[in-house]
Design a protein around this ligand. Structure first.
Ligand SMILES: Nc1ncnc2c1ncn2[C@@H]1O[C@H](COP(=O)(O)OP(=O)(O)OP(=O)(O)O)[C@@H](O)[C@H]1O
Length: 323
């Protein structure tokens, strides 16, 4: 028997570990790109041996010519590889806010979650790699996103009772390409990945290679490790903030300023952020500016007016209460 190529083994090991965390059927989200194709091939191999059913969904965003043919080719390959059920989900991307990339992502996740619900899958496997994670950390750092943003993409997240798993966060993009090559698979090259109109593509093609050249090849690994370290810190701080929020609550949906004043800055801003979200402020619209204005009601009180939050809420200070 021919020896198994190391990249194929690396991807299979990563998938095997991720599948241990699932208790039911899984779905691979596959674009046909090298990352998710390597992921799908590994899942087709590993899942039956772990006694798990594994299917595949490929989303046709209808944004590029030939996208329908590509989606059917991915689906045909997946059936051949033994994945079942296999679905092509066609989505409408137009009419959403936040730019075409964000709109496509939103439509894709909605379609994937819908497929998981219909097909009774307990988890969706996504093909984000260590390189994607490093890019996410750099992008978050550059826009001043704070530790939660720089914590990058979590290896596991629950949405509507379905686990979104990213088994390849410790696998490099080069390994997924080599795994595809070793298995004789021809991945699709998404032209968006090289389109300089997208910030992520510019990070991929210019910023990260420049950093690697200046600081050494370990940079990608180190950025991914930064994400893991910050994710652990952010989770700990979120827990502390959740308890602090409970202590600060007063009847009538109010917060006690004297409780908030005692908190370290990093905990207090988290409490205010969480409380604003609870009041219905959409997380994407809730900016540092809003939280800083709420914080000023606590720490820089000089009788200023109410703070307007996205979602239409007003927060004012009355004596030692925020409401
Ligand atoms: N059209 C699609 N259909 C199904 N899943 C998708 C699709 N596009 C992306 N995904 C899922 O989201 C993951 C991340 O996609 P993204 O486009 O951000 O990264 P990528 O590096 O281009 O990934 P890939 O090389 O697999 O296309 C993919 O690995 C895949 O699991």
């Amino acid at each position: 028997m021919a020896a198994l190529a190391p990249p194929v083994a690396a991807v299979r090991t990563a998938v095997r570990q991720a599948l241990r965390e699932t208790g039911g059927p899984v779905l691979v989200a596959c674009s046909g790109g090298a990352d998710s194709l390597a992921l799908a091939a590994a899942t087709a191999f590993v899942a039956p041996r772990a006694g798990l059913a594994a299917g595949l969904v490929t989303v046709d965003h209808g944004l590029q010519s030939g996208s329908a043919e590509r989606a059917s080719a991915v689906a045909a390959w997946a059936r051949e590889a033994g994945l079942a059920p296999v679905e092509v989900a066609t989505v409408e991307v137009g009419g959403r806010s936040g730019g075409p990339e964000a709109a496509a992502r939103e439509a894709r996740y909605a379609a994937l979650l819908d497929a998981a619900a219909r097909l009774g899958a307990s988890a969706i496997l996504l093909g984000h790699t260590r390189d994607d994670q490093a890019e996410t950390v750099l992008l978050a750092l550059a826009r001043g996103a704070g530790p939660r943003g720089m914590a990058g993409m979590p290896p596991r997240r629950e949405v509507d009772g379905v686990a979104l798993l990213r088994p390849l966060l410790d696998v490099s993009r080069e390994e997924t390409r080599k795994a595809c090559a070793a298995l004789g698979l021809s991945p699709w090259d998404d032209p968006h990945n090289a389109d300089p109109a997208y910030a992520r593509a510019r990070v991929r093609s210019t910023a990260l290679p420049a950093l690697v050249e200046a600081l050494g090849a370990g940079v990608v690994d180190n950025l991914a490790r930064t994400a893991r370290l910050l994710a652990a810190d952010a989770a700990a701080l979120d827990e502390i903030a959740a308890s602090a929020l409970e202590r600060a609550r007063r009847p009538g949906d109010a917060l006690d300023v004297t409780e908030l004043e005692r908190l370290p800055d990093g905990v207090r801003t988290r409490v205010l952020h969480a409380w604003a979200r609870e009041r219905g402020a959409p997380p994407a619209a809730l900016s540092h500016r809003h939280v800083a204005a709420l914080d000023a009601l606590v720490t820089a009180w000089r009788g200023q007016g109410a703070v307007h939050l996205p979602g239409g809420h007003l927060v004012a200070r009355r004596g030692t209460l925020l409401r």
